[in-house]
Design a binder for this molecule. Structure first.
Ligand SMILES: Nc1ncnc2c1ncn2[C@@H]1O[C@H](COP(=O)(O)OP(=O)(O)OP(=O)(O)O)[C@@H](O)[C@H]1O
Ligand SMILES: [Mg+2]
Length: 318
């Protein structure tokens, strides 16, 4: 069969072009503009002819409703049209091409899995070994400095402690970057909130625990993501500045009708302060979406003494 074959992995093309455009652009080499228009996304009949009266056959390769590739077969101009045998042959070829693509995809996803597992191991080692040892060294230097009183060497040691803290903060960021793709798709609401929490960890002196309940990435509208990030940033900054807490837990829950953000800490509690600044902003951000802000004590388990600390509750309807 005198034919030219082209398999385009249209959806996987990395030039950023729309898949259908990629198909159309490649087809343009064989067809005139009207014919491309007429092809649309469907499969034309085997007897079709393209530019220069070329016999033409186009087969679409799709999986789970997504178009993966298009196979275009053409003969030289004015040659006999493709018949049903040619068509069967091409269909069989497309089937094999599909199997090959599937195998390649499976191999790529295995390799990606191995890469991610490796990154996760490095992130764990950094967190559990490198960071903890640095932290321990920082504490030792700090206690030596405390024993030196007004000795000028104490200031130099304080600078060393600061350097160690900065290094720990950098490692934290690296851990987040290593783990980011594992935890959530880039640009998702969860990954944005994880980034905020990771950034707050240095100021807090501990990692806040994060819990997501419900399909957060799917249900949080994009107009709400900036507010959510601001709420978490301010709430954690308040914990760092005012609570004197040793731990904080953030939970973000999407129920069918509302989004609830809880930030609990085990610190000193709100006290009698009348001052409202960052918290007023959070209240306004909630009210702009028809929601509200409340401050309270964290929930107490039945039979336990009241928990210390503060619970910030930020709710908006979805
Ligand atoms: N988690 C918390 N634990 C203890 N006290 C808190 C906590 N969050 C807020 N507060 C108290 O509530 C006050 C008001 O907080 P708000 O965020 O409105 O202002 P701020 O943090 O003092 O100032 P700004 O937000 O402008 O930096 C704080 O000054 C602090 O006394
Ligand atoms: Mg504040």
């Amino acid at each position: 069969m005198q034919a030219s074959l082209e398999v385009t992995r249209s959806l996987l093309s990395d030039d950023g072009a729309e898949p259908t455009r990629v198909i159309a652009r490649r087809l343009q080499e064989l067809l005139d503009a009207d014919a491309v228009e007429a092809l649309g996304a469907g499969t034309p009949e085997a007897g079709a002819r393209g530019q220069d009266d070329r016999p033409l056959m186009v087969l679409h390769l799709s999986r789970d409703g997504a178009e993966l590739a298009v196979l275009v077969a053409s003969r030289l101009p004015a040659r006999p049209p493709f018949d049903s045998d040619d068509r069967d042959l091409a269909v069989a070829f497309v089937g094999e091409a599909g199997a090959a693509l599937e195998l390649a995809d499976a191999r790529a996803s295995r390799e990606r899995g191995a890469l991610l597992a490796d990154r996760d191991r490095i992130a764990r080692d950094l967190h559990d070994h490198v960071m903890q040892r640095l932290f321990g060294a920082g504490l030792t230097v700090e206690s030596i400095a405390a024993g030196l009183g007004t000795d000028p060497r104490a200031r130099r040691l304080a600078a060393v402690v600061h350097e160690i803290d900065e290094t720990i903060a950098q490692i934290r960021t690296s851990i987040f970057q290593l783990r980011g793709p594992l935890l959530a798709p880039v640009g998702g609401t969860r990954s944005r909130l994880l980034a905020v929490a990771a950034a707050a960890a240095a100021e807090l002196g501990f990692d806040p625990a994060l819990r997501f309940v419900g399909p957060i990435d799917a249900v949080v509208p994009s107009g709400l993501v900036d507010d959510l990030a601001a709420v978490l940033r301010e709430a954690l900054s308040n914990v760092a500045q005012h609570a004197g807490a040793t731990s904080a837990t953030v939970s973000v829950t999407a129920t069918g009708s509302e989004l609830v953000v809880l930030v609990d800490d085990d610190g000193a509690g709100l006290g009698a302060t009348q001052r409202r600044s960052g918290l007023d902003n959070l209240r306004r951000r909630a009210e702009a979406h028809g929601g509200h802000l409340a401050l309270d004590r964290p929930a107490t388990a039945p039979g336990r003494d009241p928990a210390p600390g503060t619970r910030l509750r930020w709710t908006v309807p979805l």
